[in-house]
Write a protein that binds this ligand. Sequence first.
Ligand SMILES: Nc1ncnc2c1ncn2[C@@H]1O[C@H](COP(=O)(O)OP(=O)(O)OP(=O)(O)O)[C@@H](O)[C@H]1O
Ligand SMILES: Cc1ncc(C[n+]2csc(CCOP(=O)(O)O)c2C)c(N)n1
Ligand SMILES: [Mg+2]
Length: 336
Amino acid sequence: MSESDLLSRIIPMFGVSAFAGQGVVVPPGDDAAVVTARDSVVVTTDSMVRGRDWRDDWSTGHDVGIKVVAQNVSDVAAMGAVPTGLLVSVAADPETSLDWVIDLTRGIAFGAEDARCPVVGGDLSSAPAGVVIVAVTAFGDLEGRSPVLRSGARPGDVVAVAGDLGWSGAGLRLYELGLVDTTPSRPARDHTDREKAVSVLQWYHRSPRPPWESGPVAADGGATSMIDISDGLVRDGGRIATASGVELALDEQALREHFLAGPIELALGAEDGWRQVLAGGEEHSLLATFPEGSVPVDERAPWTVIGRVVEAGPEGPRLTVGGAVPSVTGWDHFAG
Ligand SMILES: Nc1ncnc2c1ncn2[C@@H]1O[C@H](COP(=O)(O)OP(=O)(O)OP(=O)(O)O)[C@@H](O)[C@H]1O
Ligand SMILES: Cc1ncc(C[n+]2csc(CCOP(=O)(O)O)c2C)c(N)n1
Ligand SMILES: [Mg+2]
């Protein structure tokens, strides 16, 4: 199949016409798309690489599509913005099956629709044997809000999370332990049955649905800093601490109660599960700080208070859990 044949299959799947009038002036198909922007534009990019970010024996093309959209939309949300457009670039070994590419496209289209955000273009390229890379760029609109940076946390603020912690990391760990779940639809959250707990965690690892709507809610509520948790609570919380020059003093009891108890502890046990709560990557939940008394009340995706911001001590900016620096550090692509 030629490149233009493939594009003529892919582009209609994005159904951009549904978004006509919502900022897309020229849809995919020309040299570039044209979109309207009312204000400063939020822009971010995040890619996935076969073998590094997913394995074909665990994830379908559809899963990869959902996940790469989620990663990008959560970065937009972590600034306090709503997503307004996506660009999708695929570099694939020509042996990659057409079915896989179509499945990937369906997953991207599903994620984009869920985020109410059009795919406005992209690129197709071939890659050496075995290589498949999917790269997404996302645009966002702050709708008049000030961007929420990593650097605004102040002593006296409370630290809160929207979404779960450790689910994706626990799902990955369960795959690594040899459990293979390919439940086709989203399983119910289960706190009593181990098999169902395994299934829901592996599902979240394959196709996360972080609470990205909570980003603008947090910004409106006066969040002083925010980040999406892609490399684990400890590493990403540490980024807020460093950027803000403060200590994030997290409450071990609150973390264990809200995030370890339940599917993670059931599926992995307390010790391994706790590591995932602290250091599991790819969760894309939102971590934010708020002035005391202004944590938003959002029933759809509640914010859970997990600690406080305090002045940095002689050790400098850092993140502590129960008063100590955790021994786990989180994900780093290059740390080996
Ligand atoms: N190759 C690069 N060239 C220029 N800037 C980069 C490059 N890679 C990353 N950055 C910038 O460095 C910062 C941190 O990047 P990183 O990918 O760690 O983002 P993140 O938000 O922490 O992670 P994630 O994207 O998984 O949520 C971002 O501002 C990003 O734009
Ligand atoms: C096969 C396979 N091995 C390991 C992982 C785990 N993993 C990959 S990237 C990442 C952090 C976020 O990266 P980024 O900062 O690039 O978004 C994590 C935890 C996986 N998903 N699949
Ligand atoms: Mg991020």
